[in-house]
Design a protein around this ligand. Structure first.
Ligand SMILES: C[S@@+](CC[C@H](N)C(=O)[O-])C[C@H]1O[C@@H](n2cnc3c(N)ncnc32)[C@H](O)[C@@H]1O
Length: 268
């Protein structure tokens, strides 16, 4: 494969405003794949951008003005349990479909799913989206350590600003989970509603991640509706899918059902 051709394709994909904040490692990998499949020029750019839309872009309900959101944060109390911080986090999470869907259950979701291991001391939030802003609703210790990874660098800047503002020990990690897993060892890892996305890019990703994650516990979840709002038997489909993924593993699993999400707490 011609290196100049690869770099040119990467630059073309990154030149679009919706794609320029995506971690270049992922664009590189998708560009290599497209060229290996014989795609060239506009067709290659379109195919890569379609894939990026499916796994990431489609979840933004509206474009987020990250610098305005970070500026607004600076005016607020640094106390993570302050009402104004919760109100802010709630509003920001409305902008990403995945966290927005969880808001009707925000008071109970983490309290219920994490009760068996609370108070939580460290979290590795994989393919996090805007979920780290839900920290005020999680049963954690005062000194909780929060690691968060995703492919969107601008979204991670907001996540980082939020955790820093609230004095939370943290590290945000830009990462393509198909090729790497942040090398951190935590009490619990979150894989919230992200396995279907990752399996669209690599069929074996879910099994590899569930096995490779170093955490003692993994909170895994699946959506109950499609992005288009259809139910289509998704809870039973994902229950069966998850059972298959963990079959034969010596792990214990607790199941939790919410109006928009089906969650499993796996203890290794
Ligand atoms: C359905 S959303 C879930 C977001 C969050 N976990 C939640 O439940 O609110 C899927 C997330 O996976 C991220 N993502 C997609 N492909 C990824 C990859 N290869 N590596 C890391 N994150 C990825 C997207 O940017 C998006 O934030």
């Amino acid at each position: 494969m011609d290196n100049a051709q690869l770099e040119q394709l990467v630059d073309q994909v990154l030149s679009g405003s919706k794609y320029k904040h995506i971690t270049p490692d992922l664009i590189h990998r998708l560009s290599q794949k497209a060229l290996a499949e014989g795609l060239r020029g506009k067709t290659a750019v379109k195919s890569i951008r379609n894939k990026l839309h499916q796994v990431g872009g489609a979840y933004f309900k509206q474009a987020v003005n990250y610098s305005a959101a970070i500026q607004e944060l600076q005016q607020l109390s640094p106390q993570i349990d302050a009402t104004e911080i919760r109100d802010y986090a709630f509003r920001v999470m409305q902008r990403h479909t995945s966290s927005a869907e969880r808001l009707p259950d925000i008071e109970t979701f983490f309290q219920t799913c994490l009760a068996p291991i609370a108070p939580v001391t460290s979290i590795n939030d994989l393919a996090c989206g805007l979920n780290p802003l839900a920290l005020p609703w999680m049963p954690v210790t005062d000194r909780v350590q929060y690691y968060a990874c995703d492919i969107y660098l601008d979204m991670l800047e907001l996540v980082e600003a939020f955790l820093m503002h609230c004095n939370v020990n943290h590290r945000v990690i830009p990462c393509d989970l198909i090729t790497e897993l942040p090398n951190v060892d935590t009490q619990v890892a979150f894989l919230l509603k992200s396995l279907p996305c990752l399996e669209q890019m690599d069929k074996l990703a879910a099994e590899r991640l569930l096995t490779g994650i170093l955490a003692e516990h993994i909170l895994v979840s699946f959506p109950v509706h499609s992005l288009a709002g259809r139910k289509k038997g998704m809870p039973s489909f994902y229950k069966a899918h998850f059972q298959k993924l963990i079959s034969g593993k010596p792990w214990t699993v607790q199941t939790f059902e919410f109006q928009t999400e089906l969650a499993f707490l796996v203890s290794k």
